[in-house]
Design a binder for this molecule. Sequence first.
Ligand code: THU
Length: 139
Amino acid sequence: MEKATPDQLVTDDDLVQTARDAMDNAYAPYSKFRVGAALVTRGGHIFTGANVENASYGLTICAERVAVFKSVSEGRQDIARIAIVSSSGEHTYPCGACRQVLNEFGKEIRVVVADGSGDVVNVPLSELLPHSFGRESLE
Ligand code: THU
């Protein structure tokens, strides 16, 4: 059996709870749609994000991309899994732009979404973004 990687010690429920905590920091005065994200790297490092809106609406950034950019800019590209929750109480899947940004760091990243009742769905990014355009497309 292969040795467990540190990320495997973090359960989906743990990561969802961390995303819920991150959602408290959402800045969403326009949409009122608050989103929290938490990712874990294969090395076991955790980074969080919340959506940050702007009066110039197009400058808004999603929670998922905040988390990815924090991780990568801190030198951690080995993203294993990302959990996402929103104030809607429904399962909230990442938008197309965030799927593309996640894809840069691995088609096999697991995407974990939870609704308000704690029902958790875990899918590979490749299922959410099939036939993707990525680094290999440029080779
Ligand atoms: N939003 C996210 O943060 N992540 C998503 O996956 C979907 C949308 C944010 C952007 C905006 O602040 C609000 O939700 C409504 O679109």
